[in-house]
Design a binder for this molecule. Sequence first.
Ligand code: PBG
Length: 324
Amino acid sequence: MNIRPRRNRKSATIRQMVEETQISAAHLIYPIFLKDGHGIKEEVLSLPNNFRWSIDKLLPEIEACMELGVKTFDVFPAVDDALKDQMASYSWASDNFYLKAIQQIKDRFPEAVVMSDVAMDPYSSDGHDGLVRDGQIINDETLPILANMALAQAQAGVDIIGPSDMMDGRVGYLRSELDAAGFTDVSIMSYTAKYASAFYGPFRDALNSAPKSGDKKTYQMNPANKREALLEAQLDFDEGADMLMVKPALCYLDIITLLKENFPIPVTAYNVSGECAMVYAAAKNGWLDYDRAVHEMLISMRRAGADAILTYFAKDFAQQIKNA
Ligand code: PBG
C-alpha cells in the first residue's frame, strides 16, 4: 500500500496539525431569554440549562461568558401576555423592559455585541411573526411595524438586528429606515433561509410565543426546498443584508454550504432550541456524551461553511474548549 490515510491520524499532534476545521468561542453567539423583574433565574423546562433571566441576574452571567470568550449575545424577551396586542406595540414602547436591559448591557459591557430579533411573535397576541387579519399574515402592513421595532432596538444600542419574520422585502425596508434615522452602523443579520421547522418548540415555550392559530408555513420555508434558499439569499443580499443566516442548522447543513459557496458575505447557522434539547435530553439519560456530541454538532456546522453559530451550547462549549 502506497497510501495509508491512517498515518495522518496516528497521534493527537498529527491529527491536530492536519485538522481542516477550527472552532473557537469567537465563532459563537449566545441566545438568551430575558424577563421583566428582579432576582429571576427560571429554567426553561423543555430547554434544560437555559433560563429566563431578569437583567440584574443576567449581567453577571454575561460577564462570565465574556471571560470565556463568548462576546456576542442574542437577547429575546419573554413578554407578559397582558402586554401583547395585535400590533406588537409593546416592542417599541418607551418603557419596554427589554430595550432598557439592552442599554444596560451595552453600558456595562461596551465591547459585547448585542443582537436582537425583529419579528412580532414575542409581542403579538396572535403569536405570529407578522400582522394577522382574517387568518392571513399581511406582508406589507407588517413592514412598518418591524421598522418601529428595529428603530427602537437601534436606539437602545443594539449592534446587529436579526429579522426573523420572513416577510418579503423586509431587509431592504429595514435598511432604508435605519439609514434614514442615522443608524448606518447597525448591522442586519438576516434570517435568510428560515424553515417552517418542528425544532422551534422549546424556544416558543421559553417565550410563550407559539401561534394562537394556524402555523408559520405561509412565510417560513418548506423544508423540502433548496433552490428557494438561493432566491431568499439573493433578495437579502441585494437588499443590503450584512450576513445571511440558515435556520435550523443540523437538518440544513447543505443549505449552509449552498449559501457559503454562492454569496460573498458571512453565513451564520442557528443551532435552534429543539436541536439542543435533543442533546440535553439524551445526555441526561446517559445515552450520549454531552461534551463530545456538542463539539461534533458545532464542528459540523463550521465544516459546512458557517462563519458563526448561534447556539444554546455557547457557554458550555466555551468552557469545554478552555478546559481542553
Ligand atoms: C421568532 C424566532 C423563533 C426563533 C428565533 N426567532 C421562533 C419561530 O420562528 O417560531 C426560534 C429559535 C429556536 O428555536 O431556538 N420569529
